[in-house]
Design a protein around this ligand. Structure first.
Ligand code: FAD
Ligand code: MLT
Ligand code: ZN
Length: 463
């Protein structure tokens, strides 16, 4: 290693796996945003907690910034290393450490994929309920660092609800054991919750004890076509009152167009501006009758124009693909992403203001809306038209995001519902958090990471 800092790291940790090939630097230096040019110093792939601690101590002494890295499926630039940072990838720390049937908890290393966690829980007849389309690649450490949401929040809540304990290497290299799997622990500040959603800026999650629950009851999946935007929340209110919802997700005809072009199967004929995929408990015939009655009432009210209910698991998966395939179908276009939320009660008014804003500001752009509307969470993906230079495109999107942030502020919403702030949204943090709150957050960061080596430049515009 010609870099003296890396030579020193190897001297201390002769067995640590380090990558410095150009291909590896590029691969590990970016996430799904693809907006920044990766330029890490090197990639470290520790295999033990002790190695993580030693790397963090080395980084403090050498003044090297660390980017904690999971599956790099993040959509906010949180795992991007564009300024000579050391990428610390948890991917080799990917084992189940313990299952406790009495506590119904699973203790895992942070680099395990979400899907592997699902499978491990299923192997014990239980469920880890946080779920979304990146399940095969994202890591549980990344999910915790972003407080990931997904398609079942309406039933189960965000990642935050499912973390019973954490082991974390703080910015000074110390190992913290937070909450140790306790259900009740009224002994002062809950630092575990502070770590959840901290985007790698307070500590490196190395292990997590996750709560598990009973498998979801048998369910049915329905696709609904809606005639207008107002119908979205009317149908939601009706279905939520009548059915035990597991998911209630929406997308527009523009989103559908992209998914169909990428292998999705059309399930409802005709042109409809809005669609909903909903999944609900269907334990017996009564639940099915209730679903049909709700559908018929929505039809009578003019809130839905068509619908289909899956008759098999394959059909259910095909309906879900229309919703879950959206991100993948847009990926090659590198969309500019907004991920915003308001309280459910504020959704109708917010949607109207937002629609007017986007129509006025993006007249000639393809704008794709979708998301977890039952949680008040909307994804807006803007596609760069051919012939518009990338810089001009980003500048226009930033301009609109500023206006969107002001709209959100008026509605008491958040500039990041579930993807995190990272690099993408740090300029807008102040629209969601007050100045005093941001100053406290930065103060907390100083306590956990006195030398500011953990993911500097993410979350806050300036440390
Ligand atoms: P990374 O991208 O590697 O990192 C994300 C952040 O976490 C970075 O700031 C990184 O520094 C930090 N980090 C990573 N590991 C650690 C660790 N061990 N300790 C400390 N910090 C760490 N997100 C949702 O919330 N809901 C969705 O429905 C959803 N759907 C998606 C669908 C697709 C197709 C894709 C590509 C992404 C989707 N995402 C979704 C976004 C993304 O998958 C989540 O943010 C996920 O939690 C990121 O996990 P990761 O392991 O890939 O993290
Ligand atoms: C989703 O809900 O599909 C995700 O959060 C991904 C995205 O916003 O692209
Ligand atoms: Zn989402």
């Amino acid at each position: 290693m010609s870099d003296p800092r890396l030579a020193e790291l190897i001297r201390r940790l002769p067995d640590v796996r380090l990558l410095t090939d150009a291909g590896d630097l590029e691969h590990y230096g970016r996430d799904w945003t693809r907006r920044w040019t990766p330029a890490p110093l090197a990639i470290a792939l520790p295999a033990t907690v002790e190695e993580v601690q030693a790397i963090v101590c080395w980084a403090n002494e050498q003044g090297v910034a660390i980017v904690p890295s999971g599956g790099r499926t993040g959509l906010s630039g949180g795992a991007v290393a564009a300024h000579g940072e050391l990428v610390l990838s948890l991917e080799r720390m990917n084992r189940v450490l313990d299952f406790n049937p009495v506590d119904r908890s699973l203790t895992v290393q942070a680099g395990m994929t979400l899907q592997a966690v699902h499978e491990a829980a299923r192997g014990h007849g239980l469920l880890y309920p946080v779920d979304f389309a990146a399940r095969g690649s994202c890591s549980i450490g990344g999910n915790i660092a972003t407080n990931a949401g997904g398609i079942r929040v309406i039933r189960y809540g965000n990642t935050r609800e499912w973390v019973a304990g954490l082991k974390v290497v703080a910015g000074n290299g110390e190992l913290l054991e937070l909450n140790r799997g306790l259900i009740k622990n009224s002994s002062g500040y809950d630092l575990r919750q502070l770590l959840i959603g901290s985007e790698g800026s307070l500590g490196i999650v190395v292990e997590a004890t996750l709560k598990l629950t009973d498998p979801a009851p048998p369910s049915q999946v329905m696709l609904l076509a809606l005639p207008d935007m107002d119908a979205l929340m009317q149908v939601f209110a009706l279905f939520r009152a009548r059915l035990a919802l597991q998911a209630f997700e929406f997308f527009t005809d523009v989103a559908l167009k992209h998914v169909l072009a990428h292998g999705g199967q059309r399930a409802i004929e005709g042109d409809h501006p809005y669609y909903v995929v909903t999944e609900f408990d269907a334990v017996d015939d009564r639940a099915q009758d209730a679903a049909l009655a709700a559908f018929e009432q929505a039809l009578e009210q003019g809130w839905v124009s068509d619908g289909v209910i899956a008759q098999s698991e394959a059909q259910a998966a095909a309906l879900w693909r229309l919703r879950e395939g959206i991100t993948e179908s847009l990926a090659a276009r590198q969309p500019y992403k907004n991920d915003v939320s308001v309280r459910i009660s504020a959704v109708p008014a917010f949607l109207h203001e937002m629609q007017a804003l986007l129509a006025g500001e993006y007249p000639q752009f393809d704008v794709v809306w979708f998301g977890h509307i039952g949680d008040g969470n909307l994804h807006i993906n803007v596609l760069r038209p051919e012939g518009v230079a990338n810089d001009a495109f980003i500048a226009q999107c930033e301009h609109v995001t500023k206006l969107l942030a002001a709209t959100l502020q008026r509605h008491g919403g958040s500039i990041s519902a579930e993807h995190g702030i990272g690099l993408v949204k740090r300029a807008y943090l102040g629209s969601t958090r007050g100045a005093a709150e941001i100053a406290l957050m930065q103060g907390v960061r100083k306590v956990f990471d006195p030398n500011g080596i953990l993911n500097p430049g993410k979350l806050f515009a300036a440390d």
